[in-house]
Design a protein around this ligand. Structure first.
Ligand code: C5P
Length: 394
């Protein structure tokens, strides 16, 4: 028997939620219903109370409820939160993180899996705003079912019909059967740097390197998937922010150094960024082709990793990367000692690693050197995140 919190949105398909409650009860699940203001126009609390054999909730302002069972408890005393029908407006408010009624407050407060079964007019479902909201919600980990296609209550035809109660009930049981995600880093703060830095030469030119940021972004995502609060300080890259990651965009090494410092304290730091070793004093105006005296006076940038490893706020686990094109391990072992870090992840970047899909790394720790096989960058990230979790929880 599972406990399902069913949020019913205000759409004509709300009548089908009554059938859903009946089915779920028949299959042996406990169902507790929350109705939005709109849903009250389509179905009555009396019907749902009778079908669910439980109290029905609808108002955030029912003080008795807040005393008896606050919205936080309501959202936690369930194994799964289901929204059916999920209207366009409810999806938009969820995607925006609103909490202006009981349904959205519960959805924002829950730590349980969330499954949404949308129902709306075909144009509303296909509207770019709804597409965007659904994409956002899926990236946030909400399971959004695809609506059925067919004739709609409004007389139009297309995708937007609420999936049949049988199909929703089956999907609910499928989600309930999935193992709960393991979140061994749920109390930890991880700081990750990624991407290159750009060091301006003049208003239109800069010094850069080939780093794509992909490995660092994958690591930030993998740490967040294990439950960590992740701050990702990203140099200029064109990559989507992984789900659950707080991203701070910077351009130069000095901006990256400041952002790293501001993000402390952290339990673990993974410095993946290919920070430019040098900067120049940028010219105020665009340098002209004919400018005979053009020389770049290179100034060394701060070493963010080494400074962090020596800082009084040093994270318990400090991990650096070493991108080398020759004598990879030898350089990595030396770098680990020189920078005062715990681990170095070393890789040979003489091939297509920078910007590519895969990476073959060596993990250098106080115990020695491990050679990992060539793996997709996401797999390297997942494996490293597991190792970080094991080290922090040892
Ligand atoms: O010395 P090298 O650049 O090879 O060191 C690479 C490691 O140091 C990476 O983890 C990189 O993120 C970090 N680093 C840094 N600040 C720099 C240079 C490198 O944090 N200025």
């Amino acid at each position: 028997m599972s406990r399902i919190l069913l949020i019913i949105g205000g759409g004509i398909a709300a009548y089908k939620s009554c059938e859903l409650v009946r089915l779920l009860r028949k299959r042996g699940h406990a169902v507790r219903c929350v109705l939005t203001e709109g849903a009250l126009h389509f179905v009555t609390p009396m019907t749902l109370a009778a079908l669910s054999e439980d109290r029905v909730y609808s108002s955030l302002w029912d003080l008795k409820d807040e005393h008896e069972m606050g919205h936080i408890q309501l959202s936690r005393k369930a194994d799964l939160v289901v929204i059916a029908p999920a209207t366009a407006d409810l999806l938009a408010r969820m995607a925006g993180g609103h909490a202006d009624d009981l349904a959205t407050t519960v959805l924002l407060a829950t730590d349980k899996p969330v499954l949404a079964a949308p129902a709306m007019n075909v144009r509303m479902w296909l509207h770019p705003a709804t597409r965007r909201n659904v994409e956002r919600l899926r990236a946030d980990g909400v399971r959004v079912m695809d609506p059925d296609e067919g004739a709609m209550a409004c007389g139009e035809w297309g995708p937007g019909r609420l999936p049949e109660p049988e199909a929703i009930a089956t999907e609910i049981e499928r989600v309930l059967a999935q193992p709960l995600p393991v979140r061994p880093l749920s109390t930890r703060h991880a700081l990750v740097t990624a991407g290159p830095t750009h060091e301006p030469i003049d208003p239109v030119r800069y010094l850069a390197n080939l780093s794509s940021g992909r490995q660092g972004f994958a690591i930030a995502g993998a740490l967040a998937a294990l439950g960590a609060k992740v701050t990702l300080v990203a140099g200029p890259v064109v990559l989507p922010t992984p789900a659950g990651v707080d991203r701070i965009d910077v351009t130069t090494a000095r901006e990256m150094a400041a952002a790293v410092e501001a993000a402390l304290p952290a339990d673990v730091a993974v410095m993946v960024a290919a920070v430019a070793d040098w900067r120049v004093e940028p010219a105020a105006h665009k340098t002209k082709k004919g400018d005979a005296s053009l020389t770049l006076g290179l100034i060394e940038n701060p070493d963010i990793l080494a400074a962090l490893a020596r800082s009084p706020d040093r994270p318990r686990l400090v991990i650096g990367f070493a991108a080398e094109t020759e004598r990879v391990i030898e350089h990595a072992v030396a770098k680990r000692a020189r920078k005062g870090v715990d681990w170095i992840v070393a890789n040979d970047v003489s091939g297509d690693v920078m910007g590519g899909d895969a990476n073959a790394v060596h993990l250098v720790t106080s115990d020695g050197v491990e050679d990992w096989p060539r793996l997709p960058k996401e797999a390297v990230a997942a494996q490293l995140a597991d190792r970080i979790a094991a080290a922090l929880n040892a």
